[in-house]
Design a protein around this ligand. Sequence first.
Ligand code: CUA
Length: 162
Amino acid sequence: MRRSTTVYLYELAWILPSIAIPVGMLAALAVTALGAGIHLPGRDGRIDPTQVAQTPPFDEPGLVQVAPGRFEVRMTAQVWSFAPNEIRVPVGSTVTFVATSKDVVHGLLIPKANVNVMLLPGQIARATARFDRPGEYPMFCHEYCGIAHHVMWGKVIVETYP
Ligand code: CUA
């Protein structure tokens, strides 16, 4: 009798965690998916790569002020340029780049700011940087995209206002 009780407790010590651990993992999954909103990439960040020029906001590439000191750049990459190619913002601005490619894989690298994203056809990339110092910030395509890859660059000009 005594012996069988010991065996029973020993089995219980293994059975309970083997139930509790998966239940705990499922609970963690539910909390992150429903509570923290962490999901796999969905269709939200994707558009038809053949229709980039017709799809908002990429039908009108350019700089938009979304709040005081905050800007959004709607940008397309294509062989071998960025549109817009030159961006002017006042010093201290926070700029979010919303960009995609019209044709092949490009990249957007702004070495003096913290921007380094790949631009895949139809996949919308986002990167935000704050421009605290006046001056020119070159931006480059850093994915080899064809014969004139090396001329694919532009710049962010950060201006001081008097
Ligand atoms: Cu675009 Cu290299």
